[in-house]
Design a protein around this ligand. Sequence first.
Ligand code: CUA
Length: 159
Amino acid sequence: MHVELYERIWMWAAGALVLVFLGVILVTAGLHATAPPSHIETVDPATLETHPEFGTPAVTEMPDGSVKAVVVASMFMYSPEPIEVPAGRPVTFRITSSDVIHGFQIGGTNANAMAIPGYVSQFTLTFDRPGEYLITCNEYCGLMHHAMVGMLIVTGGRP
Ligand code: CUA
């Protein structure tokens, strides 16, 4: 079968692009530990205020020395604010939303999750460097979306 030269060039170019995109996924997964959030756990957004865990979102130390940070995102803030966690210890974030879909991205780290009403997003991260980290909402959630920010304070150790 005869294939025109230009058509052949574009076929190879399209194939090469697919390989480049797959390579980008593999590199980010390998070097930056980027992974799709996958935690299938539900929570009723209508009764969030009386929920034993999400009713009083807070940072708690677990018996094994790890830290749990329960966060509720809502128009247009995060609770608790600020979120204060220690450096050098694994912090498990458990995040949900009380209204619409929000984002939860911690600047300068690979933490980036969605806060979805009805679902719990969970990931664990250890912060090596103490300091203040800006949390931003990266899902359009309403008129004040651009102003929805939070603060993560990592304490202890050397800055
Ligand atoms: Cu919350 Cu955008």
